[in-house]
Design a protein around this ligand. Structure first.
Ligand code: FAD
Length: 290
């Protein structure tokens, strides 16, 4: 019995697909086939799927695929996609969202209810689960600043228990986020609107267009984009992948293979290391074998 049949025999009510092409579900638009792709629609289905997969095969989780590079060889095992877990609710100033809710929808719900604290995330693609797992942020703010608690495989974690650090949380080590609660502050409509406008303008000015995964490398005491620029790598191409002319830390993909992107990342790391002795470290996450 193959992985898909095993899954379907045990959880026939959960939406699962066999030999599922992952590429359309990532912002780089690359990635091969997953043996089984699982699309839970409720938190119960998510829990049942994780329990079953953890006992039977390797598995990975993808939110909205905006910070991952998925191998052309795909993934042998199960990939859980959280994109159908989108419910959100407000309890006073606490916004509770299922992991797959779009960052955009979470921001809109906050803003339309005059709640402040998440304006920096307007324009960040992806799911709220992915953003919390990555502790994503910008403009000197990060999502950990507003996390109240996270519900994950192991139960409920308060902010301190999430082990947040720069672009890191405990949830990058295998545990899946089911839902998050963000504690926001009531504010004036026009104050929120001004912040959103300022952040949006800056993002539009600096962010390259095209298929990318945002920043490729972490900024750890240096700006990776600046080092890449100084190494003369802006515009450098391997196959369909090129270092953005606009922002050295972005790779734009016009091709169809993850391998080009992977090789370009390796080349950039090697070149920057030769010139500066600094080892760039990826922010993006790899799924599958490279
Ligand atoms: C144009 C562009 C601009 C961007 N700008 C920014 C920015 O300003 N700041 C920033 O921080 N990021 C930015 N990003 C990166 C990305 O959008 C964020 O990290 C995003 O919120 C990730 O969410 P996702 O659902 O797409 O995660 P995915 O790409 O699906 O996953 C990312 C990682 O999180 C894990 N993960 C996903 N969901 C869960 C879950 N429920 N539980 C546990 N782990 C999970 C995955 O396994 C993977 O390791 C940008 C990306 C793009 C394409």
């Amino acid at each position: 019995m193959n992985a898909y049949q095993q899954f379907k025999n045990n959880l026939p009510h959960v939406d699962a697909r066999e030999d599922f092409q992952i590429s359309p579900y990532t912002t780089f638009k690359v990635g091969g086939v997953a043996d089984v792709a699982v699309f839970p629609k409720t938190l119960d289905e998510l829990r049942q799927s994780i329990l079953f997969l953890s006992q039977t095969m390797p598995y990975a989780v993808i939110g909205r695929g905006s910070n991952v590079l998925v191998s052309d060889k795909g993934f042998r095992g199960g990939v859980i996609f959280t994109s159908k877990l989108e419910r959100m609710e407000l309890k006073s100033n606490v916004l509770i969202a299922e992991a797959g809710a779009k960052v955009k929808d979470v921001c809109n719900m906050a803003i339309t209810n005059n709640l402040s604290g998440i304006e920096f995330a307007v324009g960040i693609p992806g799911s709220i689960g992915g953003l919390v797992a990555m502790n994503g942020g910008c403009f000197n703010k990060c999502i950990a600043d507003v996390v109240c608690y996270v519900i994950a495989d192991g139960g409920v974690y308060n902010r301190a228990a999430c082990n947040f650090n720069y672009r890191y949380s405990r949830f990058l080590d295998g545990e899946i986020i089911h839902a998050v609660a963000l504690k926001l502050k009531v504010s004036e409509e026009d104050v929120i609107a001004q912040k959103v406008e300022r952040f949006t303008k800056t993002r539009l000015k600096n962010q390259p267009k095209g298929n990318s995964a945002g920043s490729i490398f972490l900024n750890q005491g240096y700006f990776a984009g600046k080092l890449i620029d100084q190494a003369g790598l802006k515009g450098y191409k391997i196959g369909g992948a090129s270092v953005s002319e606009k922002h050295g830390n972005f790779i734009i993909n016009n091709g169809r293979t993850a391998q080009d992107i992977f090789e370009l990342i390796s080349y950039v790391k090697e070149t920057v290391f030769k010139k500066t002795n600094i080892k760039l470290v990826e922010e993006i996450r790899y799924i599958g074998e490279f």
